[in-house]
Design a protein around this ligand. Structure first.
Ligand SMILES: NC(=O)c1ccc[n+]([C@@H]2O[C@H](COP(=O)([O-])OP(=O)(O)OC[C@H]3O[C@@H](n4cnc5c(N)ncnc54)[C@H](OP(=O)(O)O)[C@@H]3O)[C@@H](O)[C@H]2O)c1
Length: 185
């Protein structure tokens, strides 16, 4: 059953970038659970296909449509929007979540590492594959990121997205700041 306030989004189309894992996958799942049509995109489209099958077998009222798109490639982005426009009635909600981080400092980092990061967005510490990609040469350091405190879960962020969408139409939420209670930096 849809969460109170979410009925008006039923069958509307949401685009979730970075839906192959972490926060994006949790948000895509939550939206499908609330009856939305969700285009989930990322490079690893197989993960989104698995999630779509999972949502279907769970009997969620919405649908997840996997789409392979490398968001660092403008042609991929344009052809994704063109496919959405021709197959659906456009995008009603865009959760532009995809992104990554590189261990590049401002003074010594490579420009390509910075370009990858600037093409993206950012929240507090959420337990996902994020740190393992950031410290891909040091998995112990990555694991330590999530062991030092009780971190946010991707579902916590998804819950905040559903809250924002479920508020009445006259309420505009401009910003939500969430971080683990124990996070000090
Ligand atoms: N978790 C944290 O503590 C944390 C902290 C700060 C910021 N963030 C931000 O939160 C967002 C979600 O991160 P997460 O924690 O869920 O990380 P994650 O588990 O690593 O997931 C990142 C998602 O972004 C997608 N992605 C990355 N580059 C892409 C590209 N070029 N084209 C298309 N998709 C791309 C990945 O898919 P593919 O690799 O399959 O393409 C994946 O689905 C990111 O923007 C990240 O920068 C997270």
């Amino acid at each position: 059953m849809a969460r109170p306030g979410m009925e008006r989004w039923r069958d509307r189309l949401a685009l979730v970038t970075g839906a192959s894992g972490g926060i994006g996958a949790a948000v895509a799942r939550a939206l499908v659970q609330q009856g939305l049509k969700v285009v989930g995109c990322a490079r690893t489209v197989g993960n989104i296909e698995e999630l779509a099958a999972e949502c279907k077998s769970a009997g969620y009222p919405g649908t997840l449509i996997p789409y392979r798109c490398d968001l660092s490639n403008e042609e991929d982005i344009l052809s994704m929007f063109s496919a959405i426009r021709s197959q659906h009635s456009g995008v009603d909600i865009c959760i532009n979540n995809a992104g990554l981080a590189r261990p590049d400092t401002l003074l010594s980092g490579s420009t390509s590492g910075w370009k990858d990061m600037f093409n993206c967005i950012s929240p507090g510490v959420v337990e996902t594959q994020f740190a393992f990609k950031l410290h891909d040469k040091d998995p112990e350091k990555a694991a330590a990121t999530y062991e030092q405190m009780k971190c946010l879960k991707p579902e916590d962020v998804a819950e905040a997205v559903i809250y924002v969408l479920s508020t009445p139409a006259h309420i505009q939420i401009g910003d939500i700041q969430m971080r683990p209670t124990e996070q000090v930096t």
